[in-house]
Design a binder for this molecule. Structure first.
Ligand code: ASP
Length: 487
């Protein structure tokens, strides 16, 4: 039976079988030493003079080793590795697979190596301890989230990737349709509309750990495809959503990252005690005035790798005037506008005085631009790690918002007719949030780039150097799709 290198410590004196890669090799003439590596770590293996085959071993060969677990003499204990008090005295060796000379070293943290090489040979890069660990931690984070939300009545539901263009504000990735020539699917910038339609569908509490696609220029914390925890709830207030998000991240931090301290907790708990407490809710105007940024870095000591300064930025403006004079939604058009954030969405029932006042304000550009929104961003150490809002569920108000944004009624009907149709059949008040998994794991792992926590990321200019994507396609494929390249 195979044991992992990490399990060696439990098998002193026993005959064991190990599988893994030759991580390092020292040939002392009579004795050959290797560090054998598997996913769980390293262990030293010693081959005596009778084991001639050991002379053939080279770095990254995949081997099966049989041998006895022995304690190393006190003065030879290697405190740098978890199995350092033991070694395997080999009695058998099989080479299962050879390796060419490596294009880059794997026994460093890799930060000193050019990214082109790391990306081209990503499968080798992933053998690096730091990268393996990042992916294993990422798995723990997503599993924790799934368990936490499942216990609270959330249902994980998959939504289509082949969908219709969404209004998140970035450029869409388009997928041509073969069967409906001349028509295109858009890969979702987020499942925003689907999750709202799930609320109309009566699901009440939805989540999904989901890929989103946005065709924008990539930067350190952006990728053409990224992962978010997308969630939506019916019959809730903004505070309900913030409280849930807060509880999730306080518990997740204390259980998975006990070395981390949340320095922004305001009630009970406090620095070092992470079981309860509140993240500050900071008003957008105040934050802009004080920090000149809507994602302030609130850490007390920016050199402390274990400090996490979470906060919510609330009370965003609903609209913004863009450089070209047009008006945009600061979050997205489905966000519920308000003239007073001390009121809750229930105070704006269709036909109420408050609702009438909202409509009136949307009649003039000047007044409309004064509106706030039930919108919140989730920030951590100077990064936006999520955002969300309470949604407008009165179809007449939603229509008014789209018009305020400069959309012609026919356009709105064409783009979003399905939403208006759905909202005619009894729509529950609802809202949600979407924390970004890549950025959160990056910050938990003290990485400075989300590429370090994604198994197969793209380069800064959107290429997959390992697979060679994007790539040209056959003329036949284009013909099937009814497409012709220009020029
Ligand atoms: N769809 C939004 C986003 O991806 C999040 C939300 O409003 O729930 O930014």
């Amino acid at each position: 039976m195979r044991i992992s290198t990490a399990e060696v410590v439990k098998h002193e004196g026993k005959e064991v079988q190990l599988f893994g890669w030759v991580h390092s090799r020292r040939d002392h003439g009579k004795l050959v030493f290797i560090d054998l590596r598997d996913r769980s770590g390293l262990v030293q293996v010693v081959f005596g003079p009778e084991m001639k085959e050991a002379g053939d071993l080279r770095l990254e060969y995949v081997v099966k080793v049989m041998g006895k677990v022995a304690k190393r003499p006190e003065k030879l204990v290697n405190n740098k590795i978890a199995t350092g008090a033991y070694e395997i005295q080999a009695t058998g060796l099989e080479i299962l697979s050879a390796s060419k000379e490596l294009p880059m070293p794997l026994d460093t943290d890799g930060r000193e190596i050019g990214e082109d090489v790391r990306m081209k040979y990503r499968y080798l890069d992933l053998r690096r301890e730091r990268l393996t660990r990042n992916l294993m931690v990422r798995h723990k984070v997503t599993k924790y989230i799934r368990d936490f939300l499942s216990e609270r009545g959330f249902v994980e539901i998959e939504t289509p990737y082949l969908g219709k263009s969404t209004p998140e504000g970035a450029r869409d990735y388009l997928v041509p349709s073969r069967l409906q020539k001349g028509n295109f699917y858009a890969l979702p910038q987020s499942p925003q509309q689907y999750k709202q339609l799930l609320m109309v569908g009566g699901l009440e509490r939805y989540f999904q750990i989901v890929r989103c696609f946005r065709d924008e220029d990539t930067r350190g914390d952006r990728q053409p495809e990224f992962t978010q925890l997308d969630l939506e709830m019916s019959f809730v207030t903004q505070e309900d959503i913030l409280n849930l998000t807060e509880e999730l991240f306080i518990k997740l931090t204390s259980e998975l990252f006990p070395e981390k301290k949340i320095s922004t907790l305001t009630a009970e708990g406090g620095f070092g005690k992470l079981t309860t407490g509140k993240f500050p809710r900071l008003k957008y105007v105040d934050v802009m005035k004080k920090y000149h940024s809507d994602k302030p870095d609130l850490r007390k000591d920016k050199n402390d790798p274990n400090e996490l300064a979470f906060a919510f930025v609330v009370d965003f403006p609903m609209f913004e005037k863009k450089d070209d004079g047009s008006i945009g939604a600061v979050h997205h058009p489905f966000t519920f506008p308000t003239f007073d954030t001390s009121l809750v969405p229930d105070d704006f029932k269709p036909g109420s005085e408050n609702s009438k006042k909202l409509f009136k304000m949307l009649d003039s550009e000047k007044e409309g631009l004064k509106l706030s929104a039930y919108q919140y961003d989730f920030v951590l150490n100077g990064y936006e790690v999520g955002g969300g809002s309470i949604r407008t569920y009165d179809p007449a108000l939603l229509k008014r918002v789209f018009e305020f944004l400069g959309n012609k009624p026919e356009e709105v009907e064409k783009q979003f007719g399905h939403m208006f149709e759905a909202f005619n059949y009894g729509v529950p008040p609802h809202g949600g949030i979407a924390p970004g998994i890549d950025r959160l794991v990056m910050l938990y792992q003290n990485e400075s780039n989300i590429r370090e926590v994604i198994a197969f990321p793209k380069t800064g200019d959107g290429r997959d150097l390992m697979m060679g994507a994007p790539s040209e396609v056959d003329k036949k494929q284009l013909d099937d799709l009814g497409l012709k390249l220009k020029g």
